[in-house]
Ligand binder design. Structure first.
Ligand SMILES: Cc1ncc(COP(=O)(O)O)c(C=O)c1O
Length: 254
C-alpha cells in the first residue's frame, strides 16, 4: 500500500509530513512529480524525496520527450521489480547487461510493455540539458505576472511557501466562484488561452460511478476547482505575449 501525493502546478507537496504518516502506518510513498521536474523542496530536488517518484515527459510538461516518463527510486529491490515490469515481466534487462546470464531471458513476473524507444531516449537526454534553462524562463514569466498582478484585489495568487521552489509548470489564479464562467469567456474574448484543469477526480463521471464519495468530504478540492483559472505559461511565450496577457487581466480585474 502507498500514499500517492501530487505536486500540483510544479510545486512539491509537503512531503516531510506525508513521509511521516507513511512511516507511522508502514506505507510506501509514490510521489506524482509529473508536473514538478526540477522543483526543489527544502534544498532537495523532486526525485529524491519519496520512496518512488514518477515523472511525465508528455507534451504539456516541463521536460518534453514526446510521451512516456520515468520512475525514480533509491530502493534496489523496487528498482529490480520495476525493471522487470517495464520489460513485459521478463528478465531481459539482466540478459542484456549481465555477461553471466547467457542463453535466454524468461517471464519472471507480471509486467507490460513500457520500454522507451531509443529515439525518444536520445531526445530526452538532449532535453534534460535544457531543463534548467526552460524552467528558468518559466520562473521569469511567473515573476512578471506576479509583479504585475500584486495589487489586484479581484483574485488570489499562489501564496509563497517557505522552502519550496516550484518549476512553474502552471500559473493559476483563484477568482470568486460566481465570476469564473464570465471571466473565462472574457479572457477568451481577449484572445488569452485560459484553462481550468484539473477538476477533482471524485467528481469525474467515472470515479463518481465506481466509488461512493461523501459529498461533505474533499470540499477543499471542489472549492479550489470552483475558483481556478490558469493563464498561459510556457518557455516560448514571448515578452510581447506576456504583456498582452497582463494587459487583458488588468483590463478585467484592475
Ligand atoms: C499530476 C499528473 N499525474 C500524471 C500525469 C500523467 O502523465 P503521463 O501522461 O505521462 O502518463 C499527468 C499528466 O497529465 C499529471 O499532470
Amino acid at each position: 500500500m502507498a500514499i500517492c501525493p501530487i505536486d500540483y502546478a510544479g510545486f512539491p507537496c509537503d512531503i516531510d509530513a506525508i513521509n511521516e504518516i507513511a512511516k507511522k502506518y508502514k506505507l510506501y510513498v509514490v510521489q506524482d512529480s509529473a508536473q514538478s521536474i526540477g522543483a526543489v523542496y527544502k534544498g532537495n530536488k523532486t526525485g529524491t524525496l519519496a520512496d518512488v517518484t514518477c515523472f511525465s515527459f508528455h507534451g504539456t510538461k516541463n521536460l518534453i520527450v514526446g510521451e512516456g516518463g520515468a520512475i525514480v527510486t533509491d530502493d534496489d529491490e523496487l528498482a529490480k521489480r520495476i525493471i522487470i515490469m517495464r520489460e513485459k515481466g521478463t528478465d531481459k534487462h539482466t540478459y542484456l547487461t549481465d555477461p553471466l546470464k547467457k542463453g535466454y531471458y524468461e517471464y519472471v513476473d507480471k509486467g507490460n510493455s513500457y520500454v522507451q524507444s531509443n529515439i525518444l531516449g536520445a531526445m530526452g537526454r538532449t532535453q534534460l540539458k535544457k531543463l534548467d534553462r526552460l524552467n528558468n524562463r518559466r520562473k521569469e514569466i511567473a515573476a512578471k505576472y506576479s509583479e504585475a498582478f500584486k495589487d489586484i484585489k479581484g483574485f488570489d495568487l499562489r501564496p509563497e511557501v517557505k522552502n519550496i521552489e516550484g518549476n512553474w509548470h502552471l500559473f493559476n489564479i483563484l477568482v470568486a466562484k460566481d465570476d469564473k464562467s464570465f471571466l473565462l469567456e472574457a479572457l477568451d474574448a481577449e484572445g488569452i488561452g485560459v484553462n481550468i484543469h484539473y477538476n477533482p477526480l471524485h467528481i469525474n463521471s467515472y470515479y463518481n460511478r465506481i466509488c461512493e464519495f461523501d459529498p461533505d468530504k474533499l470540499k477543499g478540492s471542489v472549492e479550489f476547482f470552483n475558483r481556478l483559472i490558469r493563464i498561459p505559461i510556457y518557455p516560448t511565450l514571448t515578452d510581447e505575449q506576456i504583456n498582452l496577457v497582463i494587459k487583458a487581466v488588468i483590463k478585467l480585474f484592475g
